[in-house]
Design a protein around this ligand. Structure first.
Ligand code: NAD
Ligand code: DAU
Length: 355
């Protein structure tokens, strides 16, 4: 048996592949374009592991996908590949349309062609799992109930609009063609191998480097945080037991303001790696200009996933953020590769330009 994962050199996809192969011998074909966010150093422990086949390529490349699907005959395709950073989408939305919208369209078409020709039993067992986000639902006021699966779509950034478009394509491929799809909407992830453009890794690394810790606006924006391995477990559960055509919200029940998150990281670093001058890391906090159109609050109602499929997060925010800070302290090689940009040479070193 084989699964095809797209975007498996990124933060969540990379964690998913590592977790999958820690618990299963099922082959993983991992298709990733290696954008700036793709990092094969995340997968270094799988070097030489025959259960993992990395393929350098784009989800928009329908011919490549056709060949991979025909060769490996996966029982499922899990789509993690995306442009994922809101700030980048505001500066340059084009890549987000190319990958998140056009890429997903091409992936769906390649998968539909493959799935159409499967024998009946394989056809009904096949799954296309699309990894989406809570940001498609827009923003909440302080008194609003958390996002449930039937919340209206109201994306506010080019990133979330492109993810919303991809969700609609996935939904339509189910309704029009019967493709057995599953969609998950997760809140903010954090944990190992997180690219340091995102708040939590950025703050950890800036703090250690003695740099300012940038807080957009008043820092009172709220996110719900989920440890990445809990997200991976939720995806495995939905893949195993989800009802096709359904959507599942995934969240950690951990609503925090950005300022609280940053202060928590500072306290952990004060304990685990105190500053040489005896001062606290919170002194480095610096309020900067707000993100344009900044969503004020996200919160996820994950009760459907718990009720129907029995999934609950294993980590609290306190336990997950402690593990995360410790991971960054313990994995200076990975950090150095990312901060120096050296990780981008990995493809040539690893594959000699052959992939
Ligand atoms: P990421 O940016 O860390 O990784 C994305 C990966 O996709 C990278 O390895 C990149 O090289 C690859 N990629 C980009 N364009 C591609 C293309 N055209 N073809 C093939 N590969 C391509 O993102 P992430 O944080 O790991 O997010 C993964 C998925 O989860 C995304 O769909 C994102 O929208 C969703 N999501 C993320 C979060 C979060 O907090 N990070 C929360 C909810 C949902
Ligand atoms: O909610 C799920 C989403 O979470 C995912 O779909 C996205 O792919 C993922 O990037 C994340 O989006 P956010 O915009 O919430 O994450 P980010 O880490 O960029 O920012 C978290 C919050 O912190 C947000 O309110 C903006 C703020 N922020 C971020 C950065 C990078 C700062 O205050 N300062 C910063 O320097």
């Amino acid at each position: 048996m084989t699964i095809l994962v797209t975007g498996g050199a990124g933060f969540i996809g990379g964690n998913f592949v590592l977790d999958w192969l820690a618990g299963s011998d099922e082959l993983v074909v991992n298709l990733d374009k290696l954008s700036y966010a793709g990092n094969l150093q995340t997968l270094a422990s799988l070097q030489g592991d025959k259960r993992h086949r990395f393929v350098h390529g784009d989800i928009a490349d329908r011919a490549l996908l056709g060949r991979l699907l025909a060769e490996h005959q996966p029982r499922a395709v899990l789509n993690f590949a995306a442009e994922s950073h809101v700030d980048r989408s505001i500066h340059g939305p084009g890549d987000f349309i190319d990958t998140n919208v056009v890429g997903t369209f091409n992936l769906l078409e390649a998968v539909r062609g493959y799935w159409d020709d499967l024998p009946a039993a394989d056809k009904s067992a096949f799954r296309f799992l699309h990894v989406s986000t809570d940001e498609v639902y827009g923003t909440l006021a302080a008194e609003d109930a958390p996002f449930a699966e039937d919340h209206r779509y109201q994306p506010n950034s080019p990133y979330s609009a492109s993810k919303a478009a991809s969700d609609h394509l996935v939904r339509a491929w189910h309704h029009s063609y019967g493709l057995p799809v599953l969609t998950t909407h997760c809140s903010n992830n954090y944990g190992p191998y997180h690219f340091p453009e995102k708040l939590i890794p950025l703050v950890i690394l800036n703090a250690l480097a003695g740099k300012p810790l940038p807080i957009y606006g008043d820092g009172q924006q709220i996110r719900d945080w989920l440890y990445v391995k809990d997200h991976c477990a939720a995806i495995r559960r939905v893949l195993d037991a989800g009802t096709t055509g359904e959507t599942y919200n995934v969240g950690g029940w951990n609503e925090k303001t950005n300022l609280d998150v940053v202060r928590t990281i500072c306290s952990l670093l004060d304990e685990l790696r105190p500053r040489a001058d005896g001062k606290g890391y919170a002194e480095q906090i610096s309020h900067v200009q707000d993100r344009p159109g900044h969503d004020r609050r996200y919160a996820i109602d994950a009760r459907k996933l718990e009720r129907e499929l029995g999934w609950k997060p294993a980590e609290t925010f306190d336990s997950g953020i402690r593990k995360t800070v410790q991971w960054y302290l313990d994995n200076q090689d990975w950090v150095a590769g990312v901060t120096s940009g050296h990780y981008r040479d990995w493809l040539d070193r690893q594959y000699g330009g052959q992939s």
